[in-house]
Design a binder for this molecule. Structure first.
Ligand SMILES: *Cc1c(COP(=O)(O)O)cnc(C)c1O
Length: 379
């Protein structure tokens, strides 16, 4: 059984994701402390990186977070429903037709173009109210945000600036997962140059990686996401964060294969000796990425049954993975037993390194049919 504490696991749960809220809160507290006097917000877009928007929001706010960033209006409304007092920024910015909902739910769009600034200013003027918003300026992502030329236009139009209330001037780093990349400092300098053209406003530049680039990247508010969930800020570096997610799945069947037998689709795995194979109820539809598949035992991902490592062999299929449990006592490797396929020993980073992707993708693709339990504390 997964360590589910007080939370019971229903009989039809075949894969269980436990989310350690104490570790999440500790990670937020670490970033908050490292960021000195800057406020530490929480980025919980995409259902809090797949871990559950409401539960994660609740835990972060309980730990002291006062500002939340989401991507979409829908996500913002869900946070507002459970957190009346928190400041909520919507990274999508101002979608045509969204002003009433944004104002009604007391949300702050991250205005991403001069058009959006004009629209927000017009609505403010019409309502006789300086509505709150962030202004997102682009310093090198070329994705969202006012380009430098639009910042110049905005700077030259002091009436426009006064029509609404800019509570945050923000930009986003393109290469913060690589501390050696000179683009980080280049973006920071451009951010400073653009900021100086506008009236003094609280500023924000750092995502998770940015919080570790030094105090000059912290400004007034930092916006960590992935590190809160235990992912690493820097690719290819030691991850100092506490581990938050554990994925366990049940064994559906154990079978004995002869030397030369093959396992799974494509017959990619060939047993080089008599091998006991466990078929485990977790596949790519559950978020165990198909790209994790390996053709040989030596480089495969490793699950655990209790203390025993079990190499995942053959291809990951939609609903199932297969593991070599030859070395595990049959009292432990049996139908119905639980296998940890992601956790403190085989981490999100380990699996995504194998799959050629990043922790963000694995977390946000954890399947809806995976039963989620929230644990709080070290039990
Ligand atoms: C997603 C996002 C973040 C958080 O990024 P992490 O790398 O997960 O810390 C911060 N700011 C913006 C604008 C984002 O889109």
């Amino acid at each position: 059984m997964p360590k589910s504490d007080k939370t019971s696991v229903p009989v039809d749960a075949r894969a269980v994701l436990s989310i350690d809220l104490a570790a999440l809160r500790a990670n937020w507290a670490t970033i908050n402390k490292n960021s000195g006097t800057a406020e530490c917000a929480g980025v919980i877009k995409a259902d809090a990186y797949g871990l559950g928007l409401e539960e994660i929001a609740h835990a972060l706010i309980a730990e002291g977070a006062r500002t939340i960033f989401v991507a979409t209006l829908t996500e913002a409304r869900r946070v507002r429903a459970i957190a009346p007092g928190v400041i909520i920024y919507v990274l999508d910015g101002l979608m045509p037709g969204a002003t009433d909902a944004l104002i009604g739910y007391d949300l702050r769009p991250c205005l991403s173009s001069l058009d959006e600034v004009h629209e927000w200013a017009n609505v403010s003027r019409a309502r006789g109210q300086r509505l709150n918003a962030a202004v997102h300026i682009d310093t090198g992502m070329n994705r969202l945000g006012l380009p430098p030329s639009e910042v110049d236009t905005l700077a030259a139009d002091s009436m426009l600036w006064k029509d609404f209330n800019c509570t945050l001037l923000m930009s986003h780093l393109a290469c913060a997962d690589d501390p050696k990349n000179p683009k980080n400092e280049a973006q920071r300098q451009l951010f400073d140059a653009l900021r100086k053209k506008l009236p003094p406003t609280p500023a924000s530049l750092a995502n998770s990686g940015g919080t570790f680039l030094g105090p000059q990247f912290h400004y007034d508010l930092v916006r960590p996401g992935i590190v809160l969930y235990g992912g690493r800020a820097f690719e290819g570096h030691i991850n100092p964060m506490r581990h938050v997610v554990t994925l366990q799945a049940r064994i559906l069947q154990v079978r004995d294969c002869a030397e030369g037998d093959t396992v799974g689709y494509g017959a990619t795995y060939r047993c080089d000796r008599p091998t006991r194979i466990a078929t485990i109820a977790c596949g790519y539809a559950d978020g165990f990425l198909r790209a994790i598949s390996r053709k040989d035992r030596t480089s495969g991902a490793v699950g655990f049954i209790g203390p025993h490592p079990v190499p995942i062999v053959g291809r990951v299929s939609m609903d199932l993975i297969t593991a070599d449990v030859t070395g595990v006592p049959s009292a432990l490797a049996h139908r119905g037993a639980w296998v940890e396929v992601l956790g403190a020993r085989t981490t999100v980073d380990d699996l995504t390194d194998r799959a050629g992707t990043i922790g963000y993708e694995l977390l946000t693709r954890l399947g809806r049919r995976v039963h989620r339990i929230y644990v709080d504390g070290d039990s």
